[in-house]
Design a protein. Structure first.
Length: 286
């Protein structure tokens, strides 16, 4: 039953969806707005069950026990925003819920101000952006994960199966009261060639979760490890050339050393001539 006499109200227009979805055990923010051209400000916004009883009232004692401390108006009434949050949604909190307002002793009823809640037992599945099927170990990859929800006061958070360099969160209004939250991360592909799973988990208010997974083919781990073991300014190709030069240098040095060891000693006449030249050199330089 309506909480006021049908003859004691004025009628204004409101914009409230006829049906609106909510995730059980989470929260929902029911969008509500109205037009009021009077200068006098609204003093109170009230939500009630069409079948009887108050869902929200700023006097807590007036609210049904079932809804106490679970409801609040999150909008600014003086700006025409009468949006209602219902926290910890129960499966039977389906309404219909209706809005009316007061300006001191004046009561205002609104056309099109009742909403029926459609319950969802499970959250929507996150959607991940496309990523390359094959990625190189050590390369940077950017990927996004998005999920829709109707709890704008407590939007979902995200958890990733990989450590990331940065994480950017953004919110987009899809339709009245329905939002999309997106997490965009950049991460470095870890080593280990083969199939690897990349999982994004959306964590909704009061801990309900839903995840999405894509599979990546990781390759080039050995090359990545070699690049990490040398200074960045030295290309791998130059390193290979240097290594080859060292190997060939050692080979020829050993070959020459072995050849020198097999040479016969000089003949006596050669040693005599060498000594004469050496003595003459010493005398000249005295």
């Amino acid at each position: 039953m309506v909480p006021f006499s049908p003859t004691a109200f004025r009628v204004l227009a409101a914009d409230v969806p006829f049906r609106f979805s909510a995730l059980t055990r989470s929260c929902v923010v029911i969008p509500c707005s109205f037009q009021d051209n009077e200068d006098e400000l609204m003093t109170r916004g009230i939500w009630y069950k069409k079948t009887g009883g108050l869902v929200y009232h700023n006097a807590r004692t007036s609210v049904l026990d079932h809804f106490k401390d679970r409801t609040r108006i999150v909008g600014n009434l003086n700006e025409g925003d009468c949006s209602l949050e219902v926290d910890d949604i129960k499966p039977f909190d389906n309404g219909p819920f209706c809005f009316y307002a007061e300006k001191g002793p004046k009561k205002y009823r609104f056309n099109n101000s009742c909403v029926f809640i459609v319950m969802k037992a499970s959250p929507d599945k996150p959607v991940m952006s496309s990523v390359p099927a094959e990625v190189n170990a050590g390369s940077s990859v950017t990927v996004s994960c998005s999920v829709s929800h109707t709890c704008s006061s407590h939007p979902p958070e995200f958890s990733w199966s990989v450590p990331f360099i940065n994480n950017e969160l953004s919110d987009t209004l899809l339709s009245r009261g329905v939002w999309k939250r997106t997490s965009t991360i950049t991460f470095v592909v870890a080593g280990g060639d083969g199939l690897k799973n990349l999982t994004c988990t959306a964590i909704f208010w009061r801990e309900k979760k839903q995840d999405s997974t894509v599979t990546l083919i990781v390759q080039g781990t050995l090359k990545h490890q070699m690049e990490k073991s040398v200074p960045v300014v030295i290309p791998v190709s130059l390193l290979v050339v240097i290594l080859l030069a060292v190997v060939f240098g050692i080979f020829f040095w050993r070959k020459r050393k072995n050849t020198d060891g097999l040479r016969p000693p000089p003949r006596p006449e050669k040693r005599y001539e060498f000594n004469l030249v050496r003595n003459l050199f010493y005398r000249i330089n005295r």
